[in-house]
Design a protein around this ligand. Sequence first.
Ligand SMILES: *Cc1c(COP(=O)(O)O)cnc(C)c1O
Length: 364
Amino acid sequence: MAVAFLDFERLHQNEFQKQVIDRFTEIVKTNAFVEGKYNAMFEKEFANMQNTKHCLLVANGTDALEISLKVSGVQTGDKVGVPGITFYASAEAIVNVGAIPVLIDVDPLSGLISPSSLKNVLENHRLKAVMPVHIYGLPAPIGEIKHIVKDLDIAIIEDGAQACGTILDSGPCGSSGNLTTFSFYPTKNLAAFGDAGAILTNDDSKVEMIKSIRNHGRGEHPIIGRNSRCDHLQAAVLHAKLETIKNENQKRKEIAKKYHEGLKNFPVHILHDKFIETSSWHLYPVRFNNKDEKQRMQQHLSQKEIGTAPFYDLAMHHFPALMNCEGDKEFAQQFAGTVLCLPMHPHLEDREIAEVIQAIKEFY
Ligand SMILES: *Cc1c(COP(=O)(O)O)cnc(C)c1O
């Protein structure tokens, strides 16, 4: 039987659909189409949940990164460190504010940003900011990065787009004291019915500036802003999902544990057990010895109608617009193209997990 990579039907069950439609009807009647009461409710409750002082909703996760770079003082020509393995938007946001991405290499086992590479890059580059990414939902080594950049006047902006459910040393993603961004794109753990994003911060002084930028520079700050408001409809969906997200993220951890147990004796490389409780398991990546083995596995699973995704086939410096980026690339180069993400969503059933494991066993 087919095993889907994601399953929106099981995620958006009847009761939830009804709740959302009731809220939509309410919004249509009150004509509060942007930044309504659900925006305020979500911002307050999500900040609490992530153990941070402020949450500011914006239009999407990429805007959240761009606005975070701006309020960190990143300007045209400044250099910003970004890992060589991430979703394209992380680097894109840096270029969009006129800054220059400098590539930080990754841990060859996890794909997470490497603190030792950051140290190395800092010998040749003056960075204005660094953007650790909690890739796949794994906790990036924020403590080590903080230690490296302290006294250097380098802002840390955490890309937490995949990290709703991730546990850092300081607590949930957003609790570290750094600016942290989220995306609520429909495939993320906590997801809208379209685009939305957020910036989390403990810094009172940044709040008014973020509010002003997201709404055309309105307020007391005489600055150039943009339109990055979050629709009330999206906030209403997100707020409704806060009831179930903890439970869903817990289920992802249980599913990851089952995959781990089922796959540990095969030649496929799974992540270290230490991540079971700390990753959000936005994705469940497994790594192969080389690209060829990955491709053959992908075909094998596809023939069995098992949905997989090759995140990430390209390292940042493989993209034409980023080809000339400086920095460390060795391990990102090796890592890219060797990973397949297996079906992962909170409603994945035991028989489906068993089927995926059985199919991988057959391959070997
Ligand atoms: C999804 C994602 C983004 C971008 O979010 P959008 O809401 O699509 O703009 C940025 N970084 C990472 C790591 C992501 O996974």
